[in-house]
Design a binder for this molecule. Structure first.
Ligand code: NCD
Length: 303
């Protein structure tokens, strides 16, 4: 039985195969409409979510399956003090696969160690978010045709942004990648993630200026400052508008730049940018549904 807790649990070949399945789903949705007949996905979300939970649920419905949802931890037995381990054992009696989001780093791993069905990490604290990376990879694949020879700018809250950590891990395995890490000093990429870049032999720079980075990058991955992870509201208020991408800042960008954002956006991208042909963040959210469909099939062992 396989889980997905960290994106690196999937080999590059397995990612290629998930992308191939997602592309086939896009082109031939009817082939997949009954693949999960009789199967149930449980979505256990102990933190707010719109895209991740609903795209998981839409994915399961489009595969013909059903969904058991727990969107509000306050209404579950977690509020009575039930452990993640016990919850995972219980849900294993009711569902065939679990997608779990939790504010504590490592909680989905604890669930996986106690469940008798596959567990998917749908975001654990400021740690990882592997299925967002699946959405990101399909977006890069559809826009750039592959993953090698790219300069990737990641901008914003690179410290607490779990999507950033998972994407850097995944991209570090490809060839000739340069990472341009754009953040205030306080929100730099944690050392354990930097080490993955170093170990893979790729180049990286850490900058504070988005303007300085703009001309050289092929992909710009904007992120929200993660208010819920700050210990100090004043610090959040000081840093929250560090970067705002607007039309003016795009003047020096490449004509085939791919602008991405895991969403939700707060202020990081001006709405005027949405009409720029380089803005890919809404398709990125759609791509998440296709990749989650492919992942559900894989983890349930359905051809
Ligand atoms: C992200 C997350 O939850 O980490 N959202 C998402 O799943 N698309 C990014 C964020 O909340 O800023």
């Amino acid at each position: 039985m396989r889980h997905l807790i960290d994106i690196l649990e999937l080999s590059v070949e397995e990612l290629d195969s998930l992308i191939a399945t997602a592309m086939d789903i896009i082109n031939n949705p009817e082939k997949y409409a009954h693949k999960c007949d009789g199967k149930k996905l449980a979505t256990l979300f102990f933190e707010p979510s719109t895209r991740t939970r609903l795209s998981f649920e839409a994915a399961m419905y489009e595969l013909g399956g059903n969904v058991l949802t727990m969107a509000d931890a306050g209404s579950s037995s977690a509020a009575k003090g039930e452990s993640v381990a016990d919850t995972a054992k219980m849900i294993s009696c009711y569902a065939d696969i679990i997608a779990m989001r939790h504010p504590k780093e490592g909680a989905p791993l604890v669930a996986a160690n106690n469940a008798s069905i596959p567990v998917i990490n749908a975001g654990d604290g400021g740690h990882h978010h592997p299925t967002q990376t699946l959405a990101d990879l399909l977006t890069i694949y559809r826009e750039k045709g592959g993953f090698n020879d790219l300069t990737i700018g990641l901008c914003g809250d690179l410290k607490f942004g779990r999507t950033v950590h998972s994407l850097i891990s995944a991209m570090s395995r490809y060839k000739n990648i340069k990472f341009v890490l754009i953040s205030p000093d306080e929100l730099r990429v944690p050392d354990y993630v930097i080490n993955k870049i170093v170990d893979s032999g790729h180049k990286f720079v850490q900058l504070q200026s988005l303007e300085e980075a703009m001309p050289q990058i092929d992909i710009l991955y904007m992120t929200r400052v993660q208010r819920e992870r700050f210990f100090n509201e004043e610090e959040y208020l000081r840093l929250k508008d560090s970067y705002i991408l607007d039309i003016d800042k795009l003047k020096t960008a490449k004509s085939d730049l791919v602008i991405m954002h895991p969403l939700p956006r707060v202020n990081e991208i001006s709405v005027a940018v949405d009409n720029d042909s380089r803005a890919c963040y809404f398709t990125q959210a759609l791509n998440g549904k296709y990749m989650r469909m492919a992942l559900i099939l894989k983890l349930l062992g359905i051809e």
